[in-house]
Structures are given as C-alpha cells and as structure tokens.
Design a protein around this ligand. Structure first.
Ligand code: HEC
Length: 495
C-alpha cells in the first residue's frame, strides 16, 4: 500500500514539474541575466499562431518590460503565451514561453523592479487616488478639496476686477496638470476576458490587433527596437513612433487597425515613461511629448498620422468609429457590448490627450476635441459621471489658454446643472470665475482691438451664450455678471 501511495506521490510530483528548475534570479551575475534577456528576446520576437504570425513584440513593450513592471506571474505568461503557440503559422513553441518567463524575471532583477499590482495599477493616474471613491459626486467633491488644499485662487476668490482676473490667469497658466489628483479613472494595462465579467477587454493599453501592415519590414522594425532597447532615449522612441506612423499612414479606420496602431503607439509611450522612471530612479517629465506635428508631406504621410495617439484614440472612440473584425468582436464582447465599451473608452483617452497636450497642438482635431472632451465629462457612462466639477476646471483652463472668444463656449457650457445644492453652487462658482476672468481680459484688451464685422458677429454669439448661462445660474454675482456683458457690448458698439 505504501508503495502505491508513494508512487502516486511521485507521479503527481512529476506532473507538476514539467519544466527545468527555476534559477535563483536574484543571485545571477549581470552576464547571466543579460543572457536570459537575450534568449527571451528571441522568443519574444518569434512569430506565433495568431493574427497572421504576430510576435509578442507586435503588441507589448519591445522587450516585455510591461510584463516585468507589472506583477504578471509565470502562470499569466504561460496562459496568455499558450494562445500564441501552435503549429500552423509561426514557430513559437512552449519551451520558448519559459524563455520569456525567465526574461521577465531577469529584467526585474536587472533593473531592481518591484512590480506593480496588475489589478490596481492605472498608468499615469495620480498617486493620491481619489478615483478609488466609488460615487462620482463624492469623487468630484474630493477633487474640490484637493484643489482648495492646493490653494487655487479660483476656488475661493471671486474674480471681480482685472487685477484678480490676471492673477488667476497666471496662476492657472503655471499649473502643471500632472501634479493634480483628478477623479477621472484611466485604464489598466490589461483587461483580460479570462477574469470574467469584471474585465472590459477593450478598455486597456494593449492592442488586440498587432502592428503588421502589409508594407512593413520586420528587419527595420526590430532594428529600431534594438536601438531603442540599447539606448532608451526619447529620440529613439520617437524614431520608432515615426516608423509606425509611416507604415500605417492612410489606413482606413473601418477595420479597427487605425485604432490599434494608435493604441500601440500610446502603449509605447507609456512603457517608455515607466522604463525611464526605473532607469532614472524618479518620475520623468512628460515634456518630450507632445512634439509639434511634423510637416513631412514629402515622405508621403500626413500630419494626421503624427497626432498624439491619446487624442486619436479618444476621438475615434467618441465618434464611435471603431469597427473590429468578427473574431475579435466575439472574444471581446462576451461580457460587455462593443458600444458599451466604446462609451466608456473615450473619456480616459481624451483626458490623457489633454494632459499631454493642453494646447491642442498635436491633434488635427484641435478645439473640436475640446468639445468632445467637454461633452464626455458631462455624460453618464457605466464608469460614472457626469463630472461637472472636472468639466468646470477644464473650461477654466481653456479660457485661460485660448481666451473666451476663440473657444466655442456655446458648445461647451452645459444645459443642466448638478441637482445637489452644494455641488451645484461649487460648480457655478468655479465656472463663473472662469467666465468673468475671460470677460475682464477681453474688456481690457480684446474688445478694443478687433473691429471687423466677422469679429462682431463672433462676439454677439459668444456673449449671448455666456449671458444665457449667467441668467440660468442666477448666482449671487448675477448683477456683476450682466454688467460685465453690458460693458463689453458697449465697448464694441463704440468701436
Ligand atoms: C495581437 C496582440 C498581442 C500579442 C501578439 C500578444 N499579446 Fe499579450 N496581450 C494582448 C492584449 C490585448 C492583452 C490584454 C488582455 C486582453 O485584452 O485580452 C494582453 C495581455 C497579456 C498578459 C496579461 C494577462 C493578464 O493576466 O492580464 C500577458 C502575460 C501577455 N499578454 C503575454 C503575452 C505573451 C507572452 C505574448 C507572446 C507570446 C503575447 N502576450 C502576445 C495582446 C497581445
């Protein structure tokens, strides 16, 4: 009997250790680690079974840095990797998955990475996580107190003269948006349908279709990866991004490819940022992006393809222009419909677009995107909303940056207000401060300078929208507000 038990024990032991003994990664030499990374990289770039022979590198970070930076386990890698192992298209085999696992561990040790929790890591989300507050309204109020704590003048001091208007304008223009804990929830790295109902496969950073356009050279693609991995500088990242723009230029959006290429580019930027933060031991600046749109019509790709991928993603989603191939649809709409996911997808991407490009310089969408973002903030989706207070801050920043007249304020001001009296009062206070800031500045300079009939028509239109807003809000500053409008009208009529 004993022999039977020990035989069972032995065989079951055998079944659970089908792989070579796991190396003690912490104690490997630098040379041994590099060797593991080199071997892993070969597997990482080996064609798999899916998507016409996609390699891991066609959807993830060039060396799997993302899998190392986040706490994906050996099991996760085997499970996900197994989907790509097979006989038909590529040559990727199961033992190469072990190479990828070893590479992931080696990268962690080499760079001293303590991996982030995959279910709780939202790239670019501010550390002070007010997004954990479940109810939108509470989250909005938490945002209000954060802004008060930071001492923003517009949260307390009413703008009632040009001096205060200028003070608030300069305070706002010096604000680093990345230092503010916003309540808009961004995306997790991976939303795997494997986890069931809770995951929303399209709302993550990873493209579900690979970057393998017809006109593309794997040799150039991987040479750029190699260069980037050897010197992970902003410039080398930029070269890689440009190459992708070049080969994917002019693609129609109707097969989901445009969306996935933009996602791939966004993913590269995110992994670059985290790679830099590990290499420099501190959070890098995001100043390297956006870069001005490159005018390179000679090379055959348009400005459109150089746009900030975050804006591009948000724009495609908010216009509902995402169409996926049938096979992808089946997999990614099992728990949540495509339209439901698209509905939640645009806000985080547009918001990121704005954080990275508050001047709307790197998007052909320009102020049209401001309207899209504003409308998204004011809508309700499954993830929450409407975000009135965040919208107010966004509007104030728009006014600070562009002036009241340049933005289509009529298309941006809301039709409804929050119903809770306190919430409503804060919202009106913030947004009115922004509007008065803009009006005082116009009164001081703009209205006197511009005199053409076109300009007059613009003025009439926007002044009417602002006046309607003031009347509807009926705040304690109603008289001052209406007076300001009158003053501008008078000044215009005198010119
Ligand atoms: C066609 C693009 C694509 C390719 C190729 C690809 N992946 Fe992924 N991977 C994804 C996407 C997208 C996700 C996010 C989950 C989802 O949407 O299914 C993901 C998620 C993962 C995860 C995290 C799973 C989790 O538990 O959340 C791991 C690990 C992973 N991939 C490993 C690999 C490995 C290893 C390879 C190569 C053998 C590979 N992937 C190739 C697109 C790809």
């Amino acid at each position: 009997m004993t022999w039977l038990i020990s035989l069972l024990f032995l065989t079951s032991g055998c079944n659970t250790t089908p792989y070579n003994p796991i190396p003690d990664f912490e104690n490997l030499s630098a040379g041994e680690l590099d060797l593991l990374i080199e071997t892993g990289l070969k597997a990482w770039r080996t064609k798999g079974l899916l998507d016409g022979g996609a390699t891991c590198a066609h959807c993830h970070a060039p060396d799997g840095f993302d899998l190392a930076y986040i706490d994906f386990t050996d099991f996760h890698i085997r499970r996900r990797g197994a989907m790509h192992v097979g006989k038909e298209i590529g040559e990727l085999n199961a033992s190469q998955l072990e190479d990828i696992i070893n590479m992931t561990h080696a990268i962690r040790v080499k760079y001293g990475i303590t991996p982030r929790n995959s279910s709780d890591f939202y790239p670019f989300q501010h550390e002070s996580r007010i997004t954990d507050i479940p109810l939108t309204e509470q989250r909005e109020l938490a945002f209000v107190s954060e802004m008060q704590k930071k001492g923003f003048r517009f949260t307390e001091k009413p703008v009632l003269d040009i001096e205060e208007a200028m003070l608030q304008k300069s305070e706002l223009s010096e604000t680093d948006l990345w230092s503010i804990p916003f309540g808009i929830e961004l995306m997790r790295w991976s939303e795997d349908p494997y986890y069931g109902k809770g995951s929303q496969g399209l709302l993550d950073w990873l493209p579900i279709l690979p970057v393998i356009p017809a006109e593309y050279s794997p040799a150039i693609f991987f040479a750029l990866h190699d260069e980037y991995l050897q010197w992970p500088t902003d410039k080398n990242l930029e070269k890689l991004l440009e190459y992708i723009s070049e080969v994917t230029a002019g693609l129609e959006p109707d097969d989901g490819n445009q969306f996935m290429y933009q996602k791939y580019r966004a993913m590269l930027i995110a992994q670059h940022w985290y790679r830099k933060s590990i290499l420099n031991h501190s959070a890098p600046s995001l100043k390297f992006w956006p870069k001005k749109i490159v005018q390179s019509n000679e090379s055959g790709f348009s400005d459109d393809d150089h746009r900030n991928p975050f804006w591009a993603m948000g724009e495609i989603a908010s216009k509902g222009e995402l169409y996926l191939p049938e096979s992808a649809l089946v997999r990614y709409t099992r728990f949540h419909s495509l339209s439901e996911q698209i509905d939640q997808m645009s806000l985080p991407w547009l918001w990121l677009g704005w954080l990275l490009d508050p001047g709307f310089e790197n998007t052909p969408c320009e102020l049209e995107c401001a309207k899209l973002l504003s409308a998204d903030l004011l809508k309700t989706s499954k993830k929450g909303g409407p975000y009135f207070i965040h919208q107010a801050f966004f509007v104030i920043k728009l006014i600070e940056r562009f002036g009241l007249k340049s933005i289509d304020i009529a298309g941006i001001l809301p039709v409804d207000f929050p119903s809770d009296p306190y919430y409503r009062q804060v919202y009106i206070k913030w947004i009115e401060n922004g509007l008065r800031m803009g009006l005082f500045i116009e009164l001081d300079e703009g209205a006197v300078r511009h005199q053409s009939t076109d300009n007059l028509a613009d003025y009439t239109k926007y002044l009417e929208a602002v006046e309607q807003f003031f009347l509807k809000a009926g705040s304690e500053y109603l008289d001052e507000n209406l007076q300001l409008i009158e003053d501008i009208r008078e000044k215009i009529s005198k010119n």
